[in-house]
Design a protein around this ligand. Structure first.
Ligand code: AMP
Ligand code: GLY
Length: 416
């Protein structure tokens, strides 16, 4: 079977790794992929947003199944374009993906169907928005740009001044190019990522994960695309998971069907356990990154079979390993700000656990750094601490003079 995976980072590598472990023999193509995937996949130099080119490639090469990684491809309608051409593809249509790509669509849907989330209001006018923030009389307040902004669209404003400046940037200067914002209540609690395979109203939960968005230990420093994640999240109980499934994930899948935009693919709930129950921070319409890199390795069922069952509308069964996983991202020094690339990476052959490439290049002799986030090392263990220790031991074996990583991934669930 020929499978095309759309994407280039660690999430894409983790998907490919699972496909290669399938009982079926799978020939994998990655568009555009990265050099770290070469041993497992043929790289196709088409950007993820060139959806017509990708469709033509899939047709010409008789691809049996396409799996979409990033939201940018979903927003461009890759699923619509493939389906119109009669090609099998795993992921939601552009319309269903609005659950991620439009904050106001997601919030209004949750409001209409009574799905628990922070109170909010949508604004396009700066004066109205600024008056509203003043009238709340409560800080911090959360301001979200209403569109994809590569993780930079959420500001938690601690002061009125900061709130107004953010609103001015988003609505008047319009730095991202679509002048609409959602202002919402600040929620306090423990955040977690709950991904489910979804086929219309059928929802099949995965094991939980938690990511670490800040650059430095102790959740200090700037926000990043994710400096690590772990799976098996003991701070969240089975009751919380049941509540999240019954009150959030299943109702939202059903709501999307009722709205005429049924969802197929991975629905990611970015949830928070508050004193007032589990609530939604955001939805994503795809596997999380770096959550996929710690969750997929725990899937004992054949990922290809699971995905084919979703795409073809059959019942899905999943079995998960009890082992915990901890994934540590090795990022270029300076990331998420300016950073250099082209630094040699050595010692990868000594790593005992899993390594997924996020941004590397092979120069014919060795791997070089080629992005902000470069590698993710995943350790597995009977306990979270053991998984963390193994991942850290593997990180130490990797030699590169321009990488840094966090040493505390998993800390919210570790008390020993
Ligand atoms: P988002 O892009 O919506 O996931 O937001 C990025 C991060 O901002 C989240 O992971 C949360 O840590 C934080 N955040 C977003 N919305 C809220 C909220 N209503 N209350 C508290 N924190 C929030
Ligand atoms: N880890 C969060 C995301 O994938 O958006």
């Amino acid at each position: 079977m020929k499978v095309l995976v759309v994407g280039s980072g660690g999430r894409c590598h983790a998907i490919i790794d699972a496909l290669k472990r399938s009982t079926e023999s799978v020939e994998v193509f990655a568009a555009p992929g990265n050099d770290g995937m070469r041993p497992m996949a043929e790289l196709v130099p088409i950007p993820v947003t060139e959806v017509e080119q990708l469709r033509d490639f899939a047709k010409e090469n008789r691809i049996d199944l396409t799996i979409v990684g990033p939201e940018a491809a979903l927003e461009k309608g890759i699923v619509n374009v493939f389906q119109e051409a009669g090609l099998k593809i795993f992921g939601p249509t552009k319309e269903a993906a609005r659950i991620e790509t439009s904050k106001s669509f997601a919030k209004e849907l949750m409001q209409k169907y009574g799905i628990p989330t922070a109170a909010f209001k949508t604004f396009t006018d700066y004066q109205d928005a600024a008056c509203y923030v003043e009238s709340l009389g409560r800080l911090p307040v959360v301001i979200k740009y209403d569109g994809l902004a590569a993780g930079k669209g959420v500001v938690i404003a601690e002061t009125l001044e900061q709130a107004k400046k953010t609103l001015y940037d988003m609505l008047v200067k319009d730095v991202f190019g679509k002048a609409s914002v959602v202002i919402e209540e600040y929620l306090e609690g423990v955040e977690f990522s709950f991904m489910c395979f979804v086929d219309r109203e059928n929802v099949y939960p995965m094991v939980l994960a938690q990511d670490h968005k800040r650059a430095f230990d102790g959740d200090e420093g700037p926000n990043t695309g994710g400096m690590g994640a772990y799976s098996g999240v003991p701070v969240i109980s089975q009751e919380d998971v049941d509540e999240a499934l019954e009150r959030i994930m299943k109702p939202v899948a059903k709501a999307l069907v009722e709205e005429g935009v049924p969802f197929q693919g991975v629905l990611y709930g970015g949830l928070i356990k508050t004193a007032d129950g589990v609530k939604v921070i955001e939805f994503n319409a795809r596997f999380g990154d770096p959550e996929a890199e710690v969750v997929i390795p725990r899937l004992k069922t054949d990922l290809l079979e699971v995905i084919l069952n979703v795409v073809e509308g059959r019942k899905v069964e999943t079995q998960w390993s009890d082992a915990y996983t901890v994934g540590i991202v090795l990022a270029s020094k300076g990331y998420p700000g300016r950073y250099e690339t082209g630094h040699p990476i050595r010692g990868l052959d000594r790593v005992e656990g899993l390594v997924y490439h996020m941004g590397t290049k092979f120069d014919g002799k060795e791997y070089l750094t080629n992005g902000g986030r470069v590698l993710i090392v995943v350790g597995r263990g009977k306990t979270l601490r053991e998984a963390q220790k193994k991942a850290l031991a593997d990180c130490e074996k990797i030699q590169c003079d321009n990488l840094y990583y966090r040493r505390d991934i998993g800390f919210r669930s570790l008390s020993d």
